[in-house]
Ligand binder design. Structure first.
Ligand SMILES: Cc1cc2nc3c(=O)[nH]c(=O)nc-3n(C[C@H](O)[C@H](O)[C@H](O)COP(=O)(O)OP(=O)(O)OC[C@H]3O[C@@H](n4cnc5c(N)ncnc54)[C@H](O)[C@@H]3O)c2cc1C
Length: 378
């Protein structure tokens, strides 16, 4: 894909840094369930936890293409670090940047930009995953406060974040318009981090349940207007889905490069790539990567330009995440059992599988796409 020289230079800068400061933690993150704190802190020293936070709030705002390149390069070396940073930047901090009041931005964004605090996004619940409008967490008004009760599940950064954007039902029985979002903090009384998930992939990332028990927040903690929560998180998910697609692309790229290195290595019987079955597989993998790259970068550019991208974001995520699973499966097949542990490629397959689930499963993306293409205007 054709990029401007400044974007190519940025890619090289990010690649060099993550190879040195993030890649060394990737295997421990996966094999030992180690939260990659060292890698996250290193990214913070560069100001890269604030890449989508405006400079007036302490961030180091970059254009969409630069952020997309950053996520691709980060994912190419470590999925656990990548999901931690994505949940912080694109899901936790982003809604505050877009919907937050001046007071909320000044209060939260500088610490999120510097990495002093991490952010998370709490939408999913035990009975509200794909159907996020079924939120059962409630917020009941009591004077100038809201009293929140409920449980969130599968929350990335649940065990390590300090700031959480969460959804709650503020008006019963009126569907999505009865949902509002709040900014809550770990230090608040009534907040408890629940079970840590022992996952198949992205094992180093912190994924937990969250419990709210008579958690009181001031009215000023509400994000935007009452009843705007569903619209806010649907818009947040549009951007989040593109970024999950970029993450899938980066993971697949990482696995592909390992397979290519393996297939081109010298052997007594000649490099494996001399066999047409292996060579064709690699050509298909490279083609899928290129198609994914075109889709996710285009969707990201449209998002930044303020063009509605619900369909394009769903398509990019659907394609890139399913392609990533296929590419990683083929990489494992090419590398075979011999070097699997040393080459550390199974990690990419296990990490990439999440991208077909998080921020809406592949089935949900197909429903979103169908809802739009079935309209008379397409
Ligand atoms: C590693 C990880 C990190 C996550 N991080 C976060 C986070 O930070 N914040 C957050 O809020 N959530 C997070 N999630 C939750 C994630 O968004 C949900 O898992 C996802 O939305 C699916 O919901 P569910 O697991 O409840 O599956 P369900 O909704 O129960 O779906 C189960 C199956 O049924 C299918 N299905 C459901 N409804 C339909 C339908 N109408 N038509 C056809 N098929 C359907 C689904 O595609 C799926 O295959 C995370 C999940 C994982 C695995």
């Amino acid at each position: 894909m054709l990029l401007e020289p400044r974007h190519e230079e940025w890619r090289m800068e990010v690649r060099a840094f993550v190879e040195e400061h993030v890649a060394p933690w990737a295997k421990a993150a996966d094999r030992e369930d180690h939260f990659p704190r060292e890698a996250v802190d290193a990214l913070a020293t560069k100001g890269w936890l604030g890449l989508r936070i405006p400079t007036e709030y302490g961030g180091s705002w970059v254009d969409d293409r630069s952020y997309t390149i950053f996520v691709e390069e980060l994912s190419r070396v470590c999925g656990s670090t990548s999901i931690t940073v994505l949940a912080h930047v694109s899901l936790g901090a982003y809604p505050i940047v877009v919907y937050g009041s001046e007071e909320q931005k000044k209060k939260h964004l500088p610490d999120l930009a510097s990495g002093k605090k991490l952010a998370a996004f709490g939408l999913s619940e035990p009975d509200a995953g794909s159907d996020a409008a079924a939120t059962r967490t409630t917020a009941v008004r009591d004077g100038d406060e809201w009293v929140i009760n409920g449980t969130k599940c599968w929350i990335t950064n649940g065990g390590v974040a300090d700031v959480f954007v969460i959804s709650a039902r503020t008006t019963p029985d009126i569907g999505p318009k009865g949902i509002s979002n709040f900014i809550i903090e770990r230090s608040m009384s009534g907040f408890e981090v629940g079970k840590h998930e022992d996952k198949m992939g992205l094992r180093g990332s912190s994924t937990t349940m969250l419990h709210f028990s008579d958690l009181r927040v001031p009215h000023s903690a509400m994000l935007g207007d009452e009843g705007a929560g569903f619209r806010q998180f649907m818009e947040t998910l549009d951007g989040g889905r593109i970024i999950i697609g970029v993450m899938a692309l980066g993971l697949a790229q990482g696995a592909y490069e390992k397979a290519l290195t393996h297939a081109t290595a010298k052997r007594d019987s000649g490099p494996m790539i001399k066999q047409q079955s292996i060579a064709f597989k690699l050509a298909d993998m490279a083609t899928k990567l290129e198609a994914s790259r075109l889709m996710v970068y285009d969707a990201a550019a449209r998002f930044d330009a303020g063009i509605p991208i619900t369909k394009e974001a769903a398509m990019a995520k659907l394609f890139a995440s399913e392609a990533a699973t296929e590419v990683c499966t083929d990489a494992i097949g090419i590398i075979g059992a011999d070097d699997l542990d040393a080459v550390d490629v199974d990690r990419f397959w296990r990490d990439a599988r999440l991208d077909e689930i998080g921020e809406g499963t592949s089935e949900v993306q197909r429903l979103v796409i169908l809802r739009i293409i079935a309209r008379p205007e397409g």
